[in-house]
Design a protein around this ligand. Structure first.
Ligand SMILES: Cc1ncc(C[n+]2csc(CCOP(=O)(O)OP(=O)(O)O)c2C)c(N)n1
Ligand SMILES: [Mg+2]
Length: 414
């Protein structure tokens, strides 16, 4: 008689927990400069090795090495460093504003600043990003939207362009190529692919860029988007930000252990890259490569950005409960701001003194913006859009039943 063993499931565990240092060897890093750069018209299958390797430009000494090193004017690099520093200063101040009860909620992108800022500089005006709540760097790098306006959204005050209808951080700026953030994770991917397809159907020249986290790739929308993007060669960049955590859930639970998230793309017939997300130059170079493919009707590119969520998931989270408190200090890909700073200092295009002065200047800029935004009200003083404003901006011509309800509400208030 055959004796079958009882079946059992495998449940991945993180390699670090509070009081037990993380073993980051699971990341499988390639040395800087080692991974090849295929031509932009490479076939998706010809990117297989890139989906398992790691595109890196900046080495441990801050030098730009290898085939992906982009030709970037030092002035553009300085702009990039400033954008990252501004994002960091903005986040740090808004976390404090939440603790001061001026805003109800906040999400920072500490440690991930290179990804959105370098990507923003690699796109063209008119392209549309479909971000998550961790790409405020797209807005802060491009400077199409004032910080005051952004903070008014966080405060849900009288000048909040979204009239308090969205959670703080869920910005919406069509004019800045920043599609309304959807709280329902992974919807960004199907929306971006649809938008990119529409752009192609119209014969336009604009491309889309979609954003998702490691955890959200487990959603069906991610896989649906990949199929449509592949089949119709949609002009879209599919960004997977693998910051190792989805709140308290380690990335292996979403399937990042025995494979890579970039490899999902190759399996779907999509050119795919796995890139050091804390390397500003690598982010810029890979984003340019993917944008050129999309703009040349060569189809989508999936990019997995390897990074680390250095802060809490949100102001409602306490990561010291589920991972070592000093994890970020040991993350092998370091701090994106420190790495670009080192590169620029070595080029002679930046200095310690300039860094300190810029940091102070940006902190002052954020504080001044916060102060001005507070003049239009904050959570603390109840100056927010009136309840009756909920009828605005929904229909071009308000239907009769809503007009009745609005009048009823106005009547009740008077
Ligand atoms: C469809 C859906 N499921 C669950 C949530 C609740 N939720 C909000 S953020 C989050 C974690 C997402 O992690 P990840 O995709 O890795 O992105 P990260 O926060 O790390 O940037 C979850 C589960 C949600 N907003 N939408
Ligand atoms: Mg994550």
């Amino acid at each position: 008689m055959i004796q079958n063993k009882p079946l059992r499931l495998y449940v991945p565990e993180p390699s670090g927990r509070p009081g037990h240092e993380t073993d980051f060897s699971y990341l499988h890093l390639s040395p800087a400069g080692e991974v090849r750069r295929p031509p932009v018209d490479a076939s998706p299958a010809d990117t297989s090795d890139l989906a398992y390797g790691l595109v890196r430009v900046l080495d441990d000494d801050g030098r730009a090495v290898g085939p992906w090193a982009p030709q970037m004017d030092p002035q553009l690099l300085r702009t990039g460093l400033r954008a990252m520093m501004k994002t960091r200063a903005y986040d740090a101040r808004m976390v404090i504003a939440q603790r001061q009860k001026k805003i109800s909620f906040y999400m920072q992108c500490l440690g991930e600043e290179a990804i959105a800022t370098a990507h923003a500089l690699a796109l063209q005006p008119g392209d549309m990003c479909f971000p998550t709540y961790r790409q405020q760097g797209l807005l802060l790098a491009r400077e199409d939207v004032s910080m005051v306006e952004m903070i008014c959204q966080l405060m849900s005050n009288e000048r909040d362009p979204l009239k308090g209808r969205q959670l703080p951080v869920m910005y919406s700026y069509k004019r800045a190529g920043f599609f309304t953030i959807s709280g329902n994770l992974a919807t960004q991917f199907i929306q971006a692919v649809g938008w990119g397809m529409a752009s192609a159907i119209k014969g336009d020249t604009k491309i889309a860029s979609a954003w998702i986290g490691d955890g959200a790739t487990a959603e069906a929308d991610f896989h649906t988007a990949l199929t449509f993007a592949h089949v119709y060669r949609a002009p879209v960049i599919l960004n997977v930000v693998n910051n190792q955590w989805a709140i308290s859930t380690f990335q292996a639970i979403a399937g990042g252990e025995a494979s890579t998230f970039a490899a999902r793309g190759v399996g779907c017939g999509i050119a795919s890259l796995r890139v050091d997300g804390n390397d500003f130059l690598a982010v810029y170079a890979a984003s340019r490569w993917a944008a050129e493919r999309a703009r040349s009707n060569l189809g989508p590119t999936l990019i997995e950005w390897i990074t680390y969520r250095a802060g809490a998931h949100s102001t409602s989270d306490d990561p010291s409960r589920y991972r070592p408190a000093d994890d970020w200090q040991h993350f092998p890909l370091g701090d994106p701001v420190a790495r670009l700073k080192q590169h620029l200092v070595d080029l002679g295009a930046w200095s310690e003194a300039e860094h300190e002065a810029t940091k102070k200047e940006l902190e002052a800029q954020v504080s001044a913006a916060l102060k001005e935004a507070e003049r239009y009200g904050s959570l603390a003083d109840g100056h927010m859009a009136t309840a009756v404003s909920m009828f605005d901006d929904v229909y071009k011509d308000m239907p009769a039943h809503l007009r009745r309800q609005r009048d009823e509400l106005l009547g009740m208030k008077s």
